[in-house]
Design a protein around this ligand. Structure first.
Ligand code: 13P
Ligand code: SF4
Length: 302
């Protein structure tokens, strides 16, 4: 990537000068993921890494809710998001007022929030979860009914793996909701031996026709460990680019769908963030303290 080289050098030099680290989600483009990030991972891994970092500055290669989670876990650090417009259709689908209304409608029923939510929503719920620990979180509550917000597909996919009754909110990921079972079966017919692995934000019928489902990190581990001859990652496009760069002998069958929010993060914007110390993520301290309880309760489950 010769075009990227000057940015990569400038960012890596500036990171040292600022005592900064870059946390990059698995959906970041290869030049961010492979060339400037200090830590890479799925949402759970990034949340844990954020809480362990001893840098003064965290630059979030990811979307706004991820940067907010880093700030919630590190109130004393400067957390930067290279583009504050990097949102998420799931986080946008529910508000703190919606959670309070759910409490009134279902008194006593614990509420589990996917980390793809705002700090205000995290502050109102009982515990957070990510796609890699959702079943464990739901079962840890020791009840026969939970409310899961905001992703209805994640809720359906969790419900299929537990006896706990799951009441779902109606949100969906604008990237994963586009996949259909018909499309997956078509790819399987066209590519004999194809292993299909799907993110649990996909509709239930897509997961049902897949060979494996897991968080972005679990999907990467599946490819690394099983080394399939042909694989299709039913998720955001950059995942396949990032793993293909380190994998030989596996053919990656596309297509995939782009997350327009993740793609707002670019090398020039990361450089600008480090140069100008912007956009700084600010979370009201009282909200952050309440939200931290929900995030930390999840992390403490191990
Ligand atoms: P993971 O926690 O699996 O990385 O998922 C985050 C996300 O936003 C997927 O769309
Ligand atoms: Fe949100 Fe979907 Fe983008 Fe993930 S891929 S950040 S869930 S819109």
């Amino acid at each position: 990537w010769p075009f990227h080289a000057p940015y990569v050098k400038a960012i890596n030099d500036l990171k040292k000068a600022r005592n900064a680290v870059i946390l990059a989600h698995n959906y970041q483009t290869p030049e961010i993921y492979h060339c400037v990030s200090d830590y890479i991972g799925d949402s759970l891994q990034l949340a844990k890494l954020a809480s362990q970092s001893d840098a003064d500055v965290i630059v979030q290669g990811g979307v706004y809710f991820m940067a907010e989670t880093s700030k919630i876990l590190n109130p004393e650090k400067t957390v930067l998001i290279p583009d504050a417009k990097a949102g998420c259709s799931l986080a946008a689908s529910i508000t703190a007022a919606d959670i309070r209304a759910l409490r009134r409608e279902y008194p006593g029923v614990p509420i589990v929030a996917y980390v793809n939510t705002s700090a205000e929503v995290k502050a109102e719920v009982d515990i957070c979860c990510t796609s890699s620990n959702a079943v464990k979180v739901v079962e840890s509550l020791g009840v026969d009914r939970v409310i899961m917000v905001p992703d209805r597909f994640l809720a359906q996919n969790v419900a299929a793996q537990t006896k706990v009754k799951v009441i779902a909110w109606h949100g969906a990921c604008e990237v994963h909701e586009l996949f259909t079972a018909e499309e997956i079966l078509g790819f399987k017919a066209d590519h004999p031996g194809l292993k299909v692995i799907a993110h649990p934000e996909c509709p239930r019928e897509v997961v049902e026709v897949s060979d494996f489902s897991g968080s972005t990190a679990a999907m990467i581990d599946y490819v690394r460990n099983t080394k399939p001859a042909r694989v299709m990652l039913v998720t955001e496009c950059s995942m396949a680019d990032n793993i293909a760069a380190e994998t030989t002998g596996t053919q990656f069958v596309r297509p995939c769908n782009f997350c327009p929010h993740m793609k707002l993060i670019t090398l020039p914007k990361i450089l600008d963030a480090l140069l100008q110390i912007r956009e700084e993520v600010i979370v009201d301290p009282a909200t952050a303290a309440r939200a931290k309880r929900s995030v930390q309760r999840m992390i403490d489950l191990g």
